[in-house]
Design a protein. Structure first.
Length: 421
């Protein structure tokens, strides 16, 4: 008998909309799983169906092997926490935290409240009026209230999304610690991938009511699997093989293909051995052993590219800067990657007087320039240029739109993904 939460074929239908479609999911005891997806992808509907707040059109919600679909909300033993906390305004903080402890003797109730407030970083707040709390404090109280009765499953729906980013980052770390300390099994809905990756052991990605991927944060980063998931995680741009070769990054392609063949995270014999991204029989399985081509794209993870000073490293591909901006302490440049008529790479290098063919960013491949044949190979229908984001190396100095910078590729921060239809 399976323990914890099991969803089988879970489907939620509203008039005119199938919000959740045929979802299978297992959540082990003590595991925290984040559901991540764009607005309208069905995350909240799934969570609400598990809670019993939404009717299930078909499928099962099992706890410890027993279907609870017909069990009313308050009998499921699940805790709930929402975006706006929904604290009771006429009770003080202690009264809110004690709400789910009605059957507990007064003395132990007070002890639990004290312990919970300590756990969420608000010791001594028992007698505070909830109207005097900041947004972050109110959410901490809501978390303490949800945890106090020791629910067997905690369901959190965007619990931090009303808070500003700095507070959200801090609280996400605290929530993770608190859930771990309590050994709480939790399903956590968010549209913020940083929050999902911080809080959860595994992350499930939803698209159009379907759960399209479930993996650990590390697994998702090393092998997003599909172009949809890669884009959702912020990988970009996604390059066809011809473009990769034309840019002189063929070695990155080969390494990513090797990783895909060896399994996520490079584990030989891992589940991906049978095909690209761990899906046995996927498009790569039919390709040439371990080097998927036709249907695959090279996805660049955020931070995969560094930009070097204009005029430096003539051996590297160059790109035109279209914008410069700051993000969380990094200086970023937007660059136009030359398109598949990648003579642009070579001619740009020649035009700046730096000479030499476009080589690979990887030292071991420096002698493997983009050949004229590769450069002439276009990708039918592909755009003439791609915008990429590169971290500006400190050595780059002042860079302005219009400059040609050299691009260094970190081949470990690339992944091959299936090109979605
Ligand atoms: N009560 C409802 N009646 C009709 N349609 C609904 C209802 N609730 C949600 N939907 C629809 O179901 C789909 C899934 O909505 P849901 O709220 O589950 O998505 P979500 O991923 O949680 O989105 P968000 O991040 O914006 O909260 C959407 O198309 C939405 O418009």
């Amino acid at each position: 008998m399976s323990t914890g939460l099991s969803l089988r074929g879970l489907t939620v239908v509203y008039p005119g909309t199938t919000a959740v479609q045929d979802v299978d999911l297992d959540l082990a005891d003590g595991e925290v799983l984040a559901l991540l997806g764009a607005s309208g992808s069905g995350k909240s509907s799934l969570l609400r169906a598990v809670a019993g707040l939404e009717d299930v059109a078909s499928g099962q919600v099992r706890w410890d092997g027993r279907d609870v679909v017909t069990v009313p909300v308050h009998r499921r033993g699940f805790g709930l926490m929402f975006q706006d906390g929904q604290l009771f305004p006429f009770r003080d903080v202690g009264g809110n935290v004690a709400y789910g402890l009605a059957g507990t003797p007064r003395s132990s109730r007070e002890a639990v409240v004290r312990r919970m407030l300590h756990l969420v970083g608000l010791p001594g707040f028992e007698r505070r009026a909830v109207s005097t709390l900041s947004g972050g404090q109110a959410q901490r109280v809501a978390l303490a209230r949800a945890l106090a009765p020791r629910p067997r499953l905690l369901l959190l729906d965007e619990p931090l999304s009303a808070l500003d980013r700095a507070l959200r980052e801090q609280l996400a770390t605290d929530v993770r610690t608190i859930l771990r300390e309590q050994g709480t099994t939790a399903l956590y809905v968010t549209h913020d991938q940083d929050e999902a990756m911080t809080v959860a052991d595994r992350v499930g990605i939803m698209e159009g009511g379907r759960l399209v991927r479930v993996d650990t944060p590390e697994g998702l980063w090393s092998d997003p699997g599909s172009a949809f998931v890669a884009r959702f995680l912020g990988f970009g741009p996604l390059l066809a093989r011809e473009e990769v070769v034309a840019l002189g990054w063929g070695q990155a392609w080969a390494r990513a293909a090797g990783r895909a063949a060896a399994g996520p995270g490079g584990r030989p014999g891992g589940p991906a051995a049978a095909g690209l991204g761990g899906r046995p029989g996927g498009p790569a399985a039919a390709g040439t052993g371990g080097s998927p081509e036709g249907s695959a794209l090279l996805a660049l993870a955020p931070g995969a590219l560094s930009a070097l000073a204009p005029g430096s490293r003539p051996d590297l591909p160059r790109a035109r800067v279209t914008g410069v901006r700051l993000r969380r302490g990094d200086r970023l440049v937007e660059v136009d990657l030359p398109g598949p008529g990648a003579t642009a790479v070579s001619s740009a290098a020649a035009a700046t007087g730096s000479g030499g063919p476009a080589g690979s960013a990887e030292p071991e491949a420096a002698t493997a320039p983009a050949t004229p044949t590769a450069a002439a190979t276009g990708v039918a229908g592909a755009p003439a240029s791609r915008t990429a984001t590169a971290v500006l190396a400190a050595s780059a100095g002042a860079v302005e739109p219009g400059d040609q910078v050299a691009l260094l590729l970190d081949a470990d921060r690339t992944a091959l993904v299936r090109s979605d239809p």
